[in-house]
Design a protein around this ligand. Structure first.
Ligand code: PLP
Length: 404
């Protein structure tokens, strides 16, 4: 596994990308985070560790995932050629397994006994329960009672995989309360437990570490795209929740100034407070969950309520590296709303026979628009972060009449 932590993409010693990132936690947690960072920095270059992770990627996840030229979608868009990096074909159906396996192996090497996490829609929970099973670690996933009802198949999946799912009924019974509960449980025994964060967010070293684990996506895609076309792509596109699938692809190309890079945020049902989760587009710098980033917040600095049809994009913060890349202008952040995402969910399914996750459908919708504005000799490489099986019940309930 190659990593980019030695390049200028590294955070500084205090874990900052520009003015974003850092560590904003109770003093008792600072030492624990330092230990995690030390262990990670040692292990990431350890030949045994790298070999073990590489072997799981190859034989268990099914890496490398293919790069596929979507000719029907390209024809429909009527411009630049669209290529898909097929993270939807990974074991468990999305990119999240890449960092969950990395975090689980790190926890194991550090002598931890239990993985702890929160989950919203259950995607991170399922990937982590899977990683816990194969590494023989115990796993506790905290989930809001409202989310548990909505995402029942994922609750069942986690339990079948041997994880414990703990219902959280406080407050709204959704992601924020689940984070609070998981964090409290973690603090009861941080020596034997490991809090596995689900994206490139949280205090240092998590944004760097999760990014490094996801980088395999970009390293593979670069090689595959070159082999397929003889050139590097002209444009990159990926959806942004916390930003892990996007930075996994982008980081292998950030040093190529001629490549245009686009992160796609959810515009939900409008740009009023509470109707969207377009953090980089509409937010301002603030602090959430132990780090500094662009944040959708009220006048007191409290995170605002957010909405997206894709629960994996429904977060009021965003990774510190993306916050930095917005300010430097290296990556451009655009938005796609719920209706456009649903339209692309159906068009990719019907044109290519690929049912995308509603999260990934945001990237597809933007890529189609972008392609239409470009010449036919240009190319777009899109990270298809996950498959849409998890979304079909929701789609049938809400759009079945019009579309099916
Ligand atoms: C969780 C999830 C996302 C959003 O997370 P990032 O960290 O922004 O990548 C995107 N796509 C899928 C399929 C997901 O499960």
């Amino acid at each position: 596994m190659q990593t980019a932590t030695e390049t200028k993409q590294s955070p500084d010693e205090r874990g900052y990308f520009g003015e974003y990132g850092g560590v904003f936690v109770p003093p008792c947690l600072e030492d624990i985070l330092l230990k995690i960072k030390e262990s990670y920095l040692k292990l990431k270059d350890d030949p045994d560790f790298r070999k073990e992770l590489r072997s799981l990627y190859t034989h268990y996840v099914g890496r490398p995932s293919p790069v596929y030229y979507a000719s029907n979608l390209t024809e429909e868009a009527g411009g630049a050629a669209i290529y898909l990096k097929r993270e939807d074909l990974n074991h468990t159906g999305a990119h999240k397994i890449n960092h969950c396996l990395g975090e689980a192996l790190l926890a194991k090497r550090m002598g931890k006994k239990r993985l702890i996490a929160e989950t919203g829609a259950g995607q991170h929970g399922v990937a982590l329960a899977t990683a816990a099973a194969i590494t023989k670690l115990k796993c506790s996933v905290y989930m809001g009672t409202v989310d548990m009802k909505k995402e029942h198949p994922n609750v069942t999946r986690m339990k079948i995989l041997g994880a414990e799912v703990i219902p959280v009924s406080e407050g709204l019974g959704t992601l924020k309360e689940a984070v609070d509960a998981a964090f409290a449980a973690y603090m009861e025994d941080p020596v034997n437990q490991f809090y596995a964060i689900g994206s490139v967010v949280g205090p240092d070293p998590f944004p760097m570490m999760v990014r490094d684990f996801q980088q395999t996506v970009g390293i593979e895609a670069r090689e595959q795209f070159l082999k397929l076309t003889g050139k590097l792509p002209d444009n990159l596109v990926a959806c942004i929740g916390g930003g892990s699938n996007a930075i996994g692809l982008f980081s292998a190309f950030l040093d190529e100034p001629e490549i245009d890079i686009y992160g796609v945020e959810p515009a939900g049902i409008g740009f009023k407070n509470g109707q969207h989760a377009a953090t980089l587009t509409m937010g301002s710098p603030g602090i959430i969950h132990g780090f500094r980033c662009y944040l959708l917040q009220d006048e007191n600095g409290e995170p605002s309520p957010v909405h997206s049809i894709a629960s994996g994009l429904d977060y009021p913060g965003v990774g510190p590296q993306h916050s930095y890349l917005k300010d430097t202008g290296r990556v451009q952040y655009r938005t796609i709303n719920d209706a456009e995402a649903v339209e692309s969910f159906f068009s990719l399914s019907r044109l290519e026979g690929i049912i995308p996750a509603l999260e990934s459908a945001h990237a597809v919708a933007f890529a189609v628009k972008l392609a239409g504005s470009l010449e036919r000799d240009k190319t777009i490489l899109l990270n298809l972060s996950g498959r849409g099986d998890k979304d079909i019940d929701y789609i049938v309930e809400n759009f079945g009449k019009e579309m099916l």
